[in-house]
Structures are given as structure tokens and as C-alpha cells.
Ligand binder design. Structure first.
Ligand SMILES: [Zn+2]
Ligand SMILES: [Zn+2]
Length: 409
């Protein structure tokens, strides 16, 4: 083959690599950026913590690689022939290729910016929403925005409860691969799934901006938690995993004079309080307690403890289990330090009257009335997950101390 044919092949190759956005785009996304994978097909099987930041934009890299490859071929031709005419021609071609390379790279960058601007602005909104609370941290990858917390709120807990399962809020390890995942690429469900007594009785349906999960208003038994005295003055209580969570709108997180995101549903849509994102008073909601507003969908929690709460997932969610014991997946695990059979307080005419978080943030004292007598439980924990509980029980009168080391499953 003559040198001019090598030259033509090299130029054609460089031209194809630099001028074709589809080819360049496909190549630049072929490594470690599975943008096209739908969240509903994802399972949480991380062997290492998810990336803390999205990959940098790198569209230009394969194009430059192609340019360098073409340069290599040209140099090969030049040194094989050692003719000034070829050297001259090769130089002119290189300048041409470089010009095409610059133009095409600029176009591709603009294309990528347009695509990712929506996600970037979504992520910025999420970061702002969760940054309002200390102890809550976030990170993201291509498919999810992740929320980390220890599952304990800044506010008082458990006060006002009259129906108690004897569970006591413990810090949870909602971190790294066990963080709360919020999908970034939400799409409308063709048939939105209702959040009611027939579905989603297990696990959370959303995550509040203070790092506390929100459950179905219906508890695991299919009863409305709020109606049967299970909830404290903030709408929360503790589950079998000694995991604190809300069952109604966390409206204490709302600022009724400014647009406020209270939570994100696990389908990826934000839940606002009374005010629209642009400052207007809340407009009419659809039958899913949300609406499309200025081009994007969100829900609203009203300023009432009464229903309706979040009533359905407008977006796609993946579900595991069989109804009514279904739950959204993926979501983190919670785990009681005390195993399956915690100490039974078994109070009658119960009222939890007070709770105090210890100064060092590593314990609570909870006061309650058992058949009109004052009783309490004090418990502490260490960073190594050693929990010590002291029950000052009144029926019968006794003090019981228990110590547990939580081994994470
Ligand atoms: Zn509950
Ligand atoms: Zn709205």
C-alpha cells in the first residue's frame, strides 16, 4: 500500500472519531458510568461504598486519544518515507484534524451540559434541603442521591405516646452502602401505587430532610398509627429495629413563610410544605397529593395531622414482598441493639411524659407513667455499639440493667 493510502486512512479515521458525536458519546460513557440503567432494576449489593461524587465530564478524552492515534500513524508514514512533501502534507492535515477536534469537543460539551443541567440542579436542590440539619450528610452517584444519618432527630422524642411497643430509639447506621437512596431519574408510573393499608406496611416511603424515615400512615398491623396513640408530639415512634420514624407529615420541619422541602418520597419526588417552590401559596393537588408545577412534579404535605398524607407514588418504585407486607426497595436496614426480645415494660394506662437526650448525645432518659406511677428507663451507648439499659420499673417495682453489643448483620 502506498504512503498516500496510509495517509488517507489515518485522516478518515481521525475525522470519524472527531466528527461523530454518537461515536464519541458512546465511547466516553462506556466506562463506569451506567447512566442508562433504570433504578428499578438496581439492587443494593454494593461491595464498597458508592462513589461520593459523580464522575467528572470526560467527553474529550477518547476524541483526543483518536487524534493522538492519527498523529502516530502520520508520524509512522513520515518516518517511513522521509520525503519533505509528505511531511508538509502531514502537518497540514494535523492542523485540520486539531481544528475539527476543538470544534467537535466544544459541541459535545454543550450537549452534555444540556443533559446534565437538570440532574445538576436537582442535586443542588437536594443538597440544600438536607444541609439544613446537622448530622445529615449526602452524596450521590449516577442513579441515586444518598442521605446519611443516625436516625435520631434533634427534637424531643416519644413524648405523648399512649400505645407503646416497648421499643426504644437507638442510633442506626444509615451510612455508606446503608444510606437512604433517592432515585435521580424518576419517571411517572403508568399505574401509581397507593400507599395504604394494602401496601407498603413495611419499611419507609420517604426520608425527611432531618434524616428521619417516614412510614406509611398505616402501621404494620394495618391501623392508622396516629389514631391509636402510637405517635409522639412530632408524629414519630420506634419500630422493631429500635428505629425512630414518622408516620405522618413532619410538619414541624416546615417554614410556612418560605418554600420548604420537608422530605423526599422514595420514588424521588420532593415533598413540599404549604408554599410552592416559587413562593406562591399551594395550588390544587392531584389525587396523588402532588402536582406538576412549573415543569416538574412534587408532593405537598399540608399543615394538619389529619389525612391525606402521601397517598401514592406518582413515580416508579421497585417493590419487594407480598401485599400488604410490601416495601420499597432498595432501602437501608435498621437493627435493634437488643435482638428480637427486648425487656417488656408492659405498662397499663401508659403515657410517656418526658424524654431527655444526654449531654454527650449518647443516651436518653425516658419517663412514663405506668398505671399512674412514675417510671423511667435510662440507656446509653458507645461508639463501639455497646448499649446499656437501666429500667426503673414500677409493676412490679424493680431495677433491671441489661447490656448489649450490637453486631451488624
Ligand atoms: Zn412505626
Ligand atoms: Zn406544589
Amino acid at each position: 500500500m502506498s504512503s498516500s493510502r496510509y495517509l488517507i486512512i489515518a485522516i478518515l479515521f481521525a475525522w470519524a472519531m472527531t466528527i461523530s458525536p454518537a461515536l464519541g458519546h458512546a465511547l466516553s460513557h462506556s466506562d463506569a458510568r451506567p447512566w442508562a440503567v433504570s433504578p428499578k432494576h438496581q439492587t443494593r449489593q454494593h461491595t464498597s461504598p458508592p462513589a461520593r461524587e459523580a464522575s467528572p465530564k470526560n467527553n474529550a478524552i477518547p476524541i483526543k486519544t483518536a487524534g493522538l492515534f492519527a498523529l502516530g500513524l502520520l508520524l509512522l508514514i513520515i518516518f517511513r518515507n522521509k520525503k519533505h512533501k509528505t511531511l508538509h502534507l502531514g502537518f497540514v492535515c494535523l492542523v485540520g484534524i486539531a481544528a475539527a477536534n476543538c470544534t467537535t469537543t466544544a459541541n459535545l460539551t454543550n450537549l452534555t451540559d444540556t443533559v446534565s443541567d437538570t440532574i445538576t440542579s436537582q442535586i443542588e436542590t437536594m443538597q440544600a434541603a438536607f444541609s439544613r440539619y446537622t448530622g445529615v450528610t449526602t452524596f450521590y452517584d449516577a442513579n441515586y442521591f444518598y442521605v446519611e444519618s443516625n436516625g435520631l432527630p434533634e427534637h424531643n422524642i416519644m413524648v405523648g405516646i399512649t400505645t407503646w411497643n416497648d421499643q426504644l430509639p437507638a442510633p442506626q447506621h444509615y451510612i455508606q452502602e446503608n444510606a437512604w437512596p433517592i432515585p435521580l431519574n424518576t419517571e411517572y408510573a403508568s399505574t401509581p401505587m397507593a400507599i395504604d393499608s394494602n401496601n407498603f406496611r413495611r419499611g419507609a416511603i420517604g426520608i425527611a430532610v432531618n434524616g428521619i424515615p417516614i412510614f406509611n400512615p398505616y402501621n404494620a398491623s394495618g391501623l392508622i398509627s396516629y389514631d391509636i396513640g402510637e405517635l409522639d408530639e412530632f408524629g414519630g415512634h420506634t419500630g422493631r429495629g429500635d428505629d425512630y420514624h414518622y408516620h405522618i407529615s413532619p410538619r414541624h420541619l416546615d417554614n410556612p413563610s418560605t418554600p420548604t422541602i420537608l422530605a423526599y418520597a422514595l420514588d424521588g419526588y420532593p415533598i413540599y410544605g404549604e408554599i410552592e417552590p416559587d413562593g406562591a401559596t399551594m395550588t390544587a393537588r392531584d389525587s396523588y397529593a402532588g402536582h406538576e408545577y412549573q415543569g416538574s412534579y412534587h408532593y405537598h404535605y399540608g399543615q394538619s395531622d389529619a389525612a391525606p398524607y402521601l397517598v401514592a407514588f406518582r413515580g416508579n418504585v421497585a417493590v419487594e414482598g407480598s401485599a400488604p407486607e410490601t416495601q420499597v426497595t432498595p432501602q437501608p436496614r435498621s437493627q435493634s441493639p437488643r435482638g428480637e426480645h427486648p425487656y417488656s415494660i408492659n405498662a397499663t394506662n401508659l403515657l410517656i411524659t418526658g424524654s431527655t437526650k444526654h449531654q454527650d448525645g449518647h443516651g436518653y432518659t425516658i419517663n412514663y407513667r405506668d398505671n399512674n406511677q412514675s417510671a423511667s428507663v435510662t440507656y446509653t451507648w458507645t461508639d463501639a455499639d455497646v448499649f446499656t439499659y437501666t429500667f426503673h420499673d414500677v409493676d412490679p417495682v424493680r431495677t433491671v440493667t441489661q447490656t448489649f453489643t450490637r453486631i451488624l448483620r
